[in-house]
Ligand binder design. Sequence first.
Ligand SMILES: Nc1ncnc2c1ncn2[C@@H]1O[C@H](COP(=O)(O)OP(=O)(O)OP(=O)(O)O)[C@@H](O)[C@H]1O
Length: 378
Amino acid sequence: MTDVGPVPPNSAQPVPASYLTLRGIRKSFGRECVLDGLNLDVSEGEYLVVLGPSGCGKSTLLQIIAGLVRPDSGDVKLASRSLDRVSPKDRDVSILFQDDRLYPHWNLRKNLELACDRSPVKKHQSGDPVLELAQRLNIGGLLQRRPDEISGGQLRRAALAKALLRQPAVCLLDEPFAAIDTMMREDLISLLADFPRERGGGCSQTSVVHVTHDGEEAMRLADRIVVLGGGRVLQSGTPDDIYRKPQSLDVAKAIGTPPANMIAGNQVRAMLADRYDQLVQALPGCHDSSTFIVRPEHIRLALQTDVSDRDGDICDGQWRLAATVLSSRFVAGRWLASISVDADRELVLTVSSPLEIGPAGRHVIAHVSLADIVCVPG
Ligand SMILES: Nc1ncnc2c1ncn2[C@@H]1O[C@H](COP(=O)(O)OP(=O)(O)OP(=O)(O)O)[C@@H](O)[C@H]1O
C-alpha cells in the first residue's frame, strides 16, 4: 500500500462528505486509448468494485483518482472539490498497488504505525489498532519482522492492513487478493465485507474502490459493481442486477463461474424451427440478432420418455431441448455437466446430484424457464 498523502492542511475544518465524481476521463498511452470519456460516481461509504478484463484500464483509473497519472482530459472531484491541482500527497486517498512494497528497512509495526500517524482520524483511535488489525489478518506475530523476512502473501496482508489503518476518504484497492492463497482469501473477503468504514469523530465514512477481473470476488464484496470495457462504464448496478440483467455480452461474460451459455439468435431459430416465434413472443426484445444468455444453474435435466421428446418445444413457460449427456465431473460441492443440444452446440450446466445427469450418452430433456433467459444485443 502506498500512502499518497495526509489530509489537506485545512483539516481543522469539518471533513465534508466523501463523494467521488469522475467526469469525461480520457487517457491514452501513445496510440492506445485506455479510458475514453469515463464517468463514475462513488457515494460516501460505498464499496464499489470495478470489474473488467486484464488491460481494460482498471489500474490506470485508480492511479488517476490517486493523482499518480494525469488524465488527458476530464475532471476528478472529491466532495465537490476538484482534485485537478491537488498533489497525490494532499488527496485524502490511499492506494494498495498490485505489487505493493512496504519500507524495507522498517519492521511491520513501524510501517503500519506510519499509516496510523497519517490517519486524519488518528486521535479517535484507541487501544492498539495496529496489533488488532494485524491479528485479524493473521500477521500479529510478525510485527517485529522486516518486509524481506515474511512471505509474499503475508506481505500482501500487511499492505492491506496499511490501506485500512489509514482510514482515508477514499481507499483504492488494486487486485487486493493477488498472491494470496484460497483460505486466506476467504478470510480477507469476510474481513473487508465487515470492516467498519466509519472514520470516527464525526468524520465521513471511507469509500472503497476495489478493482478486479474476478466476478465472484466482485459479487461477494460490492455494494455496487461497475463493469468496465472499451474505456467506458458498460453497466453499473447491484451484484444481483449485473448477474441477472446484463445489458451486453461483455457484461454477461464478466460474471459467473462457469460462464453463461450464449446462443446466437439465428441458432435458436434453427433449433426451434416453427416454434421459434413462440419463444420470441414470450421474450420481448429477443430476435435473430440477439444472443440468448442461459446461466448453467438455470438448466434442469429430465429423462426422455417419449419419441416427441426428441423435438424442441416451448411449453408451460419452459424451453425444452432434446439433449445428450456428453460428460460430467464433480466440482466443489456440485456437478458440472456438458450436454449436446444439436450437432455442434454444447451447453454447460450445474446440478447438485449426479443422478440428474446420468452417464455419458444418456438422452435427456433440458428445461430452461423462459423467465431465466436474458437476451442481449449482438
Ligand atoms: N505507463 C504506461 N505506458 C504505456 N502503456 C501503459 C502504461 N500504463 C498502462 N498502460 C497500458 O494501458 C492499458 C491498461 O493498463 P492497466 O494496467 O490500467 O489495465 P488493467 O485493467 O489494470 O490490467 P490488469 O488487470 O492486467 O492489471 C494496458 O494496455 C497497458 O499496457
